[in-house]
Design a protein around this ligand. Structure first.
Ligand code: HAM
Length: 408
């Protein structure tokens, strides 16, 4: 006899098991996302969660590629990564079918993504992320604004109000102008500085200053106080977007010079949406405009410029947002009727099966219990599982060919 140690029931760190109730609430989130983005004309796409690692190396986030990817070598010696985000996959797909697709495109997807992060409130190692992107639009403010309107609409469709969240917006063009005209950085220094800004709220002020002084001896200045015509022009662009949003009823949008975003591919507006509940302190949405990501692929000639604007939002921070405001609907079991058979007599069982099938024909979802339980126990079971209706079939029902549907 071989003795085996019993297995643990714990799952892998940072991933979740989904019992039917968890699936119900996740589906509610997915369906509300889908309904809203489809109402804005977005079409669903999908892809495998396995990608060749190289697509993340050219232009992504230093933090993600060095510390957060699940990467392995397959049996054929290929380096494979579980997607940490969807944008490089989308860029690859667009580049691959560039000739067949008719632009501009409105694409969305709800993939699961994997990041080797420290699990914490709002962040897991496996999460689902709504991705919404408009492709092949020039750096055009109308689409920048529409994307913000869509984000706002998504949250309103969950019955949130504008005091529940804040949209913070900045621009890489503005930041680049600051690097060039105020700091006079070269490209390398600019990237180092930007990555420092991106982790600013994760490090201490002292560490920030130390790193800052390694890059430049210029005095730190708020962007609004930088007196430069080119910087002012870029700031005006952001302010114009903010004004248009405000005049169409989105009051909770503001310029924030600390929003830089971790990904290297952004080139235009960048934004993040924050939950105003301080317990949910991680960003709810993140996104922006990227102009050269698709050009990385061999099918795209240097002179064709496919631009994109889009965002991602995770199921985990979305769930926290809704839970902390009591905005989730009550759980409803997908089973409409629990049918209890009160006998082990084959005749009664056959009749119960016929009844169940008849009800199924009528579109009802029916679960049969053959355990010969008491009526009270069947009722209790239905209640515990949030099943709305009960039918019991015993000798009497079988003989009279008549039964009653009890609503709980
Ligand atoms: P991101 O800021 O890395 O951007 O992620 C966007 C959103 O995904 C976050 O605001 C958060 O809601 C969710 N998220 C990220 N990491 C986690 C995690 N570990 N657990 C749970 N939720 C998470 C991107 O991924 C860009 N590719 C978005 C984009 C699309 N930009 C343009 N198009």
């Amino acid at each position: 006899i071989q003795y085996m140690k019993k297995l643990k029931t714990e799952n892998y760190k940072g991933v979740r098991d989904f019992y039917p109730r968890d699936v119900f609430f996740q589906n509610y989130i997915f369906e509300t996302w889908k309904k809203t983005v489809e109402s804005f004309g977005f079409e669903e796409y999908n892809a495998s969660l396995l990608e060749n690692s190289e697509i993340y190396k050219a232009k992504t986030s230093e933090e993600i590629i060095n510390n957060q990817t699940y990467t392995f070598t397959d049996r054929g010696d290929r380096e494979v990564t579980l997607r940490p985000e969807m944008t490089p996959t989308l860029a690859r797909m667009i580049a691959a079918k560039k000739r067949e697709l008719s632009f501009p495109l409105r694409f969305y997807s709800i993939p699961n993504c994997f990041r080797y992060e420290r699990p914490q409130r709002g962040r897991m190692r496996e999460f689902w992320q709504l991705n919404v992107d408009i492709l092949n639009v020039k750096n055009d403010k109308f689409y920048d604004i529409e994307i913000i309107k869509l984000i706002n609409k998504i949250l309103l469709n969950f019955k949130a109000t504008s005091s529940d969240f804040t949209i913070k917006i900045n621009s890489r063009t503005l930041l680049n102008s600051v690097y060039e005209n105020y700091y006079e950085f070269n490209a390398n220094e600019a990237l180092t500085f930007q990555r420092l800004l991106d982790k600013r709220d994760k490090i201490s002020q002292d560490d920030f200053t130390k790193e800052y002084e390694k890059i430049t001896d210029k005095e730190y200045r708020d962007i609004e106080n930088i007196n430069d015509v080119k910087v002012k022009k870029e700031l005006d662009y952001i302010n114009e977007i903010i004004e248009v949003c405000k005049s169409s009823g989105i009051s909770n949008i503001e310029f924030d010079q600390n929003i830089v975003r971790g990904f290297d591919y952004y080139t235009g507006v960048v934004f993040e949406v924050f939950d105003n509940n301080p317990e949910n302190n991680r960003a709810l949405f993140g996104g922006g405009r990227y102009e050269n990501l698709i050009d990385l692929f061999e099918t795209v000639k240097d002179d064709v410029n496919i631009s994109g604007i889009g965002f991602g939002i995770g199921d985990v921070p979305m769930m926290n947002f809704l839970e902390s405001r009591d905005l989730l609907p009550p759980f409803i079991n997908s089973t409409d009727i629990l049918l209890g058979v009160m006998s082990h007599d084959q005749k009664v069982i056959d009749y119960a099966d016929d009844v169940a099938n008849e009800l199924r024909e009528q579109g009802k979802n029916v679960s049969i219990n053959y355990d010969n339980k008491k009526v009270g126990d069947i009722m209790k079971m239905a209640e515990k599982n949030s099943i709305k209706n009960v039918v019991v079939i015993g000798d009497k029902e079988c003989e009279e060919k008549k039964f009653e549907v009890k609503e709980l």
